[in-house]
Design a protein. Structure first.
Length: 373
């Protein structure tokens, strides 16, 4: 299968926006769009779009931060104080998913200032305000949520991990929102040392995938194994997945009951991509990148991934059904680096990629968003 790596030929500053230039060397046009900033640190971890002119992005700056796109720029929107007036020392929102302009969920975690206990966080947008919702948490446990998928205002999933009594052994965690409360559902935790779930997606409330990785004892072991579980409407079932050396899965995107994609990285091959064909997950051609953090798919012939190249530079890639085309992301020059945390579909011809930029001189970081067209 043909693989095409397209190199940057330049970038230009237009009206305060960094825009990719250089003609046919670009697989897509990437424009950096202004985002709200809060303090000297910050970055996006999740993004979702209602339309080309309305979207949500979440992350943190030591507290949970929510921003909304109004068609021109991203701006910070009032949301609950996850630090609870100082009772918590750190908080972060990891993902957001919206079903309409009046319904969205965001998830993450907060860390207690005393003892460091982690508590999973879920927020809900009702069209006028964000509110915090209770998430089940047995006493003495750490809980955190890393990804969310909403099907309607009364049907949403959030996934992550949990640990008991200060233990380093983490188990998978899945909670379901039924329109009133979040309810924990049983999941499988195959790793004997730790289990991480970092992505969730589905085509219906009875067909949901979550993806991550597991690690087995002994404690010196560094060999991760890919992990995917499927919700069939009544139970989460682990499904066999390929590996290529030590393998991480970071995200999953479902197109239909017989087509889904999961991405990450593998020690024996850099970027790692597997695809569901309705009966099994199989390794498929990956773009020539070092790691993939996120995936979004319109169809089996239009799949977007976000990650980084071998030099650590941010990059996007698109699968057209035959081959991958890779677009480096303009960083605007200067010192520092940009990391992409998530990619999402905004319209039939527009995507969003969000992340963080870190200044190499000061160490400060900032919220960064790119529109792809």
């Amino acid at each position: 299968m043909r693989r095409t790596f397209l190199k940057v030929t330049g970038s230009a500053l237009v009206g305060g926006l960094i825009v990719a230039s250089g003609g046919p060397a670009w697989a897509a046009t990437v424009t950096q769009v202004p985002a709200g900033q809060a303090g000297t640190i910050g970055g996006f971890a999740g993004v979702d779009a209602v339309s080309a002119t309305d979207g949500w992005a979440v992350g943190g700056n030591g507290n949970g931060i929510v921003q909304r796109f109004n068609g021109t720029r991203w701006s910070i929107v009032a949301s609950p104080d996850l630090l609870n007036g100082g009772a918590n020392s750190w908080a972060f929102l990891a993902d957001v998913d919206a079903t309409s302009a009046t319904s969205a969920v965001a998830v993450g975690q907060s860390t207690a200032a005393s003892g460091g206990e982690k508590t999973a966080v879920a927020l809900r947008w009702n069209g006028s305000a964000w509110s915090r919702q209770a998430v089940p948490k047995p006493a003495g446990t750490d809980t955190e949520l890393t990804a969310a998928k909403a099907f309607s205002a009364s049907d949403a999933w959030a996934v992550g991990q949990t640990a008991s009594g200060g233990s380093t052994f983490r188990k998978t965690l899945a909670v379901h929102y039924n329109g009133t409360t979040w309810v924990t559902t049983p999941t499988t935790s195959p790793g004997t040392r730790t289990n991480f779930v970092t992505g969730v997606d589905g085509v219906s409330g009875n067909d949901v995938w979550m993806a991550g990785y597991s690690l087995n004892l002994p404690y010196g072991n560094r060999f991760r194994q890919s992990m995917i579980q499927h919700w069939n409407g009544s139970a989460w079932i682990q499904v066999a997945t390929p590996n290529n050396g030590s393998t991480f899965l970071y995200d999953v995107a479902a197109v239909s009951a017989s087509d889904a994609w999961a991405v990450g990285s593998a020690s024996n091959g850099g970027a790692f991509v597997i695809r569901w064909n309705g009966s099994a997950w199989n390794t498929v051609a990956a773009p020539p990148l070092a790691s993939l953090n996120s995936v979004a798919a319109r169809s089996g012939n239009d799949v977007w991934v976000a990650g980084s190249d071998a030099a650590g530079a941010p990059a996007l890639a698109n699968w057209n059904g035959t081959s991958w085309s890779v677009t480096p992301v303009p960083t605007g020059g200067g010192t520092g680096s940009v990391t992409l945390g998530a990619v999402a579909l905004a319209s039939p011809s527009t995507e969003w990629a969000v992340g963080a930029r870190q200044d190499a001189t000061t160490g400060n970081s900032s919220f960064t968003a790119f529109r792809i067209a």
